[in-house]
Design a protein around this ligand. Sequence first.
Ligand code: SF4
Ligand code: SF4
Length: 91
Amino acid sequence: MESRLDLKLDTLTFKPDPEPHIVAQKELCLACEERPCTIVCPARLYVWENDQMVYNCEGCLECGSCRAVCPRGAITWRYPRGGYGVRYRWG
Ligand code: SF4
Ligand code: SF4
């Protein structure tokens, strides 16, 4: 059964920026025990898998939370360039 968040996410579309708007220095993640990015991202774009951080820019809601909580400064983040990124469909 889909959660309310999943239902909301289903109403969004994305046009990925060919120049990734999130770049994570994944080597810094190896020493990160808490990995708060895997908890705070509402779109669940950060996953710890096979002993490494795996992340995806497509689906980003542009909230900036991942950069804000990263204790190691591993994330370089900007908004996608004009015309790219999340699109909200109303109604
Ligand atoms: S919080 Fe930062 S350092 Fe820790 S796993 Fe996530 S991106 Fe890597
Ligand atoms: S900006 Fe928000 S939605 Fe995008 S990856 Fe970071 S936490 Fe997830």
